[in-house]
Design a protein around this ligand. Structure first.
Ligand code: HEM
Length: 180
């Protein structure tokens, strides 16, 4: 239930961001060729892997809800120890996410057709991912402080929204660049 709820919430966020983007950039360059395929496809890969990581996270959350209820919401320190494979995949996958986003940032910074706005967004996204990993570590190894749970959840949504907006800009700036 949490996973389905999260997926629908993310779809609403994407739709709102897309509407906002289209209002600001009314021209759709659908037919124009993509100049830098690596950059555009890499941004899509980042979005897909991040979506997978968010779904994995909500699976972990579902397990936490069951474990905590079975212990009457006591012994917070022991909840994470009782998690299964989904937690270890979620934890390790975060390193792949970080590596992919650093790669995206490097490609964006080296690309002359991308604006300073996209470059700044790339830096913020990497910074937010580092923060997200940090909040995950605090939850997993420092007794699951209750205030960290909403921060971890909120950060994931902000990262996803920012990355989606950034990938829309990347595609737009790539296509509007007219090689002579
Ligand atoms: C890119 C990195 C990460 C993303 C995008 C991410 C995202 C998420 C999301 C969306 C949830 C579900 C939250 C909820 O429904 O309340 C979650 C849960 C969780 N994540 Fe992560 N996570 C990341 C990294 C990590 C890392 C590195 C760890 C631990 C070392 C971790 C530990 C946890 C734990 C323990 C939960 C369950 C939290 C709860 O019960 O509220 N996460 N994660």
């Amino acid at each position: 239930m949490i996973t389905i709820h999260m997926i629908i919430a993310l779809l609403i966020v994407l739709l709102l961001i897309y509407i906002n983007f289209r209002i600001r950039m009314p021209i759709d360059y659908k037919s124009a060729a993509i100049q830098n395929k690596t950059l555009v496809y890499l941004s899509i890969l980042c979005l897909v892997t991040l979506a997978v990581q968010i779904v994995l996270g909500t699976q972990v959350r579902e397990s936490i809800d069951m474990i905590s209820a079975s212990l009457d919401y006591n012994f917070r320190n022991s909840w994470v120890n009782q998690l299964g494979l989904d937690f270890y995949i979620h934890r390790s996958f975060s390193l792949l996410i970080l590596a992919l986003h650093i790669w995206l940032l490097v490609v964006v910074l080296r690309n002359n057709h991308q604006s300073s706005r996209v470059k700044a967004m790339g830096k913020y996204v990497v910074l937010l991912i580092v923060l997200e990993i940090f909040t995950g570590i605090i939850m997993a190894y420092f007794g699951m402080p209750p205030f960290m749970q909403p921060i971890h959840l909120l950060l994931s949504t902000v990262i996803f929204g920012a990355l989606y907006y950034m990938s829309l800009l990347i595609k737009n700036e790539d296509k509007t660049y007219a090689p002579s």
